[in-house]
Design a protein around this ligand. Structure first.
Ligand SMILES: Nc1nc2c(c(=O)[nH]1)N[C@H]1C(S)=C(S)[C@@H](COP(=O)(O)OP(=O)(O)OC[C@H]3O[C@@H](n4cnc5c(=O)[nH]c(N)nc54)[C@H](O)[C@@H]3O)O[C@H]1N2
Ligand SMILES: Nc1nc2c(c(=O)[nH]1)N[C@H]1C(S)=C(S)[C@@H](COP(=O)(O)OP(=O)(O)OC[C@H]3O[C@@H](n4cnc5c(=O)[nH]c(N)nc54)[C@H](O)[C@@H]3O)O[C@H]1N2
Ligand code: SF4
Ligand SMILES: [Mo]
Length: 738
């Protein structure tokens, strides 16, 4: 009989195993006691070779994975122990700087709560009872379950989920080879409103922004100071220091608002009223760029008709920003054109009408002609990115069956690659249009990231089989049948990363501490066991990377030493900047596709719901010290941000008799949480704000378990039928003293 462990037993000293780097001591032994081990070769040019090598010091260049931004990192490794992470000055994503989370990557690596070997569930699902398995057993079991589901119910009964990461292209090959149409990414919880809004206007889902030359910037809920995109955050701060005018619409005094020239505490869900009124003023006063509109756009006349009624006085009643302010901003914005940007934003999943907000923003940029101009929007960069060598594989089998996430049958405008993950979850429960049976989840935490946590847990409970690839016992891994532990990003390779004319590498800075694998190898070995090995034709990670590097005259060894490769004589191609991939080939102020679908083709007003008496808008968002639902167990980061609190306006707190750190109860239609209060003037009195990602249910996250509260437990599932975006601010709560 295999021994069954609870989490605490699993983490105990005796269960630690002999890793490749030598005997690894127990969690409580702490960092300093990790035994020395061999490190991989890497660039050590800045350390004098004689003294450094004799002290066992190495510097290895790699890529951060503490969030999705992929900054360049130089790891200082002493006698096989990672001592310091520094920003790589040669990397465009961070130009030498790491954010707090990037610095804390060492704690992610050495966390006592890492999963150290494959685990198979040994009690009821979610009971936290596990037994240790070998890789062969865990992968054979996973492949066996996946085959059984395919044979009995068809490939479509198996869902594959993953959030943006470097090995995701290989995961996508695996799911296509398996033959399921059901693929869930984080996108509909994140940026569907923005990407579809811009896609249906410019044919480009996510244009860049030229902060360096910009003279006037409007952010609508984009909080770059805390929702960090490292180089962009730096560029924003430099832009402010240069004197660029920055206007921030946010119901909350975010850190970006605190740095801005002007903070507009917009009523949640009414940003589109503000932008429609800006369009109204620019059109009424003919402040637009007529030449640009004539040459590159279609639908101006329809737009003129639509925005006629959206005057600043009308907008003031909706968004609670004074009409005179809107008028002034419209004039200032137009005067700064084309070096003026209404920012596309990012996680603009606040209301069902966020798609209309994004369409209005996309159209506003077009009216002033800031496309491909200094200080304006930057066309898609993909064409100007070095290409990697590709693997050839057999043709994919056709994926049969409707998609469980409703794309396109319920959401005809949502691009297939974006999907609607919250509807996939709902349809596991409804069993419509058919029953889902199995779920393979890699690097994603749907239990905390999808609204209505209890529903997601219920969906897990209904399935025959769940496998999760993670580095720790995330809430999602906690409800799995098998956990396949990935090596941390400092111990593994991932696919190469081209950015412009440069190619970057993620490489191990130390050998894996435990019996873990890279996802590149987990996918490969799972494919082999499924009889799909031909689709991932590589022997090991280095073989794959060498194939990706094949078009270039550099060896993998050389790339590892240098950290990146610059493609010589790389010519940027600007010829397609003005080829818009829309139906008309123009920037569509009036969308042809929306017209064909019988929808309003120009940006329009869509009245959002308001909280009734005694209820508050529940707002969510990021803090600079944590990533998503992932780093709350990182003890270094907990030192700088210990738990989330509910922001309450002083007047609301006074009515309740609540002070900062008193406990309050928040209750929505779907859930109830207890959380500490943070009393502040920096929020509208009708709103309550919580940083997302806290309130973990997994007992395997010993520092994060039950710390703070999860807003996903309160969020209702509200989906925009056009973009598929999950409307995270359409949940209203009551608040009372605990
Ligand atoms: N430190 C850190 N950085 C991150 C991340 C992280 O987890 N941590 N995650 C990364 C990811 S995946 C993303 S998508 C980005 C997100 O980056 P952002 O989109 O900039 O950030 P959020 O904090 O999600 O939301 C921004 C703001 O929206 C406001 N808001 C809520 N409702 C409304 C509304 O109706 N109107 C307006 N105008 N504002 C509203 C909230 O108060 C919040 O301040 O951050 C990225 N960077
Ligand atoms: N309430 C609320 N909900 C939100 C948001 C919000 O602000 N508030 N934000 C939304 C946004 S913008 C997004 S993008 C989504 C994100 O939603 P998800 O992608 O589901 O959330 P993450 O926390 O990023 O999940 C990452 C998972 O990967 C694991 N992980 C970390 N490093 C590694 C690794 O190296 N290998 C492997 N295999 N696993 C690893 C982590 O432990 C975690 O379980 O959430 C959305 N949901
Ligand atoms: S922004 Fe921070 S956490 Fe994200 S990749 Fe860069 S350094 Fe790492
Ligand atoms: Mo996101």
């Amino acid at each position: 009989m295999a021994k069954i462990f609870t989490w605490n037993q699993l983490f105990s000293r005796r269960q630690f195993i002999k890793g490749a780097a030598g005997t690894v001591l127990g969690a409580s032994a702490g960092l300093g006691l990790l035994a020395p081990g061999k490190t991989f070769a890497g660039s050590s040019s800045s350390i004098p070779a004689d003294s450094a090598e004799s002290r066992g010091i190495k510097k290895v260049t790699t890529i951060c994975e503490q969030c999705v931004w992929r900054c360049g990192v130089i790891a200082r490794v002493e006698n096989g122990v990672v001592k310091k992470l520094e920003g790589n000055p040669d990397h465009p994503n961070n130009v030498g700087k790491l954010c707090p989370r990037g610095n804390a990557g060492i704690e992610t690596l050495y966390s006592p709560d890492r999963i150290k070997f494959p685990l198979i569930r040994a009690g009821a699902r979610g009971s936290g009872l596990w037994r240790r398995a070998s890789w062969d057993e865990a992968l054979t079991y996973t492949a066996g379950q996946m085959k059984k589901i395919k044979d009995k119910y068809g490939a479509k009964a198996m869902m594959f989920n993953s959030t943006d990461n470097l090995s995701q292209p290989l995961f996508e090959i695996l799911l296509k080879a398996y033959g399921t149409p059901n693929y869930g990414t984080q996108r509909s919880l994140c940026f569907n409103a923005m990407t579809t809004g811009f896609y249906y206007t410019y044919g480009v889902p996510q244009p860049g922004t030229d902060y360096k030359n910009c003279k006037y910037m409007i952010f609508a809920g984009r909080n770059l100071a805390e929702g960090i995109s490292n180089n962009e955050t730096q560029e924003m701060i430099e832009m402010i220091a240069r004197g660029t005018k920055v206007v921030v619409l946010d119901p909350r005094f975010s850190k970006t608002a605190s740095k801005a020239t002007e903070w507009l505490p917009v009523r949640p869900g009414t940003d589109s009223a503000f932008f429609l009124a800006i369009l109204n003023v620019i059109i009424q006063e003919k402040l637009y760029n007529q030449d640009f509109i004539t040459t590159y756009t279609q639908g101006f006349d329809d737009l003129v008709q639509e925005v006629k009624e959206y005057t600043p006085e009308w907008a003031e009643k909706k968004c609670e920003i004074p009409g005179a302010t809107i008028e002034r901003i419209a004039r200032e914005f137009a005067a700064a054109a084309p070096a003026a940007i209404a920012h596309p934003n990012w996680r603009t999943s606040n209301f069902k009408n966020s798609f209309q907000t994004e369409r209005a923003i996309a159209v506003l940029n077009a009216l002033i002609g800031n496309w491909a101009k200094p200080g304006g929007l930057i066309p898609d960069q993909e064409i100007n990115t070095a290409k990697l060598g590709v693997l050839s594989h057999p043709p994919f089998p056709p994926a049969q069956g409707m998609r469980l996430d409703g794309v396109p049958w319920q959401y005809p405008l949502v691009p297939l690659s974006y999907g609607v993950i919250q509807t996939m979850r709902d349809n596991i429960l409804t069993g419509k249009p058919y029953e889902a049976k199995g779920w393979l989840i890699s690097r994603q935490n749907p239990i905390l990231s999808i609204p209505e946590r209890q529903k997601t847990i219920n969906a897990f409970m209904k399935l025959d089989f769940v496998a999760v690839i993670d580095i720790q016992a995330s809430d999602t891994a906690y409800y799995a049948d098998v956990i396949l532990p990935e090596s941390s990003y400092l111990e593994r390779y991932d696919g190469l990363v081209p950015i412009g004319d440069k190619i970057f590498i993620r490489q191990p800075v130390i050998e894996p501490l435990y019996d873990t694998k890279s996802s590149l190898m987990i996918y490969k070995e799972l494919a082999d066991k499924l009889g799909l090995g031909d689709f991932l034709p590589y022997k090991d990670e280095r073989d794959l990377l060498a194939k990706q590097l094949k078009p270039y005259p550099i060896s993998l060894d050389e790339l590892e030493k240098a950290g990146h490769y610059v493609v010589p004589n790389f010519q940027k191609d600007y010829s397609k900047d003005f080829e818009f991939q829309t139906s008309s080939g123009k920037i569509e102020l009036s969308s042809s596709i929306m017209a064909q679908m019988g929808k309003k083709a120009v940006p329009t007003w869509d009245e959002p719901p308001r909280p009734s008496q005694g209820h508050y808008y529940l707002l969510t968002g990021k803090t600079a010290q944590h990533s998503q639902m992932f780093t709350q167990n990182n003890r270094w980061l907990l030192e700088v941000f210990s738990e989330n609190r509910a922001w309450l306006h002083t007047s609301v707190a006074a009515k309740l008799g609540v002070k900062t750190d008193d406990k309050v109860i928040l209750e929505s239609d779907v859930g109830k949480v207890t959380i500490k209060a943070q009393v502040t003037e920096g929020i509208r009195p009708d709103c309550i704000f919580m940083v997302g990602g806290f309130g973990h249910v997994s007992k395997g996250l010993r520092s994060a378990y039950k710390l703070g509260a999860s807003d996903s437990a309160l969020h209702k599932t509200v989906t925009d039928p056009l973009s598929g975006g999950s409307a995270l601010s359409e949940t209203f709560v009551t608040v009372s003293k605990a």
